[in-house]
Design a protein around this ligand. Structure first.
Ligand SMILES: [Zn+2]
Length: 102
């Protein structure tokens, strides 16, 4: 990712954070803490506008493991719907096999 894109991503993230409720900010923090405790690495899905509380629920349900391979490297959540039941925990390699090679 180029520096400009990285900066843009950071600004967008900050913007999103300031619009977030305290409850959602707290859930975002919990994701980082609980992922670290589970020995997993989590990357928040950049494109999807998912509520942190929903993401946290999905990660907890799936035990901070990829639903496809059981791995814990670079996890994210993805699915057909933006709600709890429509989302699954997946790792970058299973989500996009090309990205897993980097
Ligand atoms: Zn996987």
């Amino acid at each position: 990712m180029s520096r400009a894109l990285a900066k843009l991503a950071r600004l967008k993230r900050e913007q999103r954070l300031t619009r977030m409720s305290a409850e959602e900010r707290d859930a975002l923090e919990r994701i980082e803490v609980e992922a670290a405790e589970a020995g997993a690495e989590f990357r928040y899905p950049a494109a999807a506008r998912l509520r942190p509380s929903t993401v946290l629920g999905v990660l907890r349900r799936d035990g901070f493991r990829c639903k496809a391979c059981g791995g814990q490297a670079t996890l994210t959540v993805d699915g057909a719907a933006r709600n709890f039941n429509g989302l699954d925990t997946v790792c970058a390699a299973c989500l996009d096999p090309k990205e897993g090679d980097e």
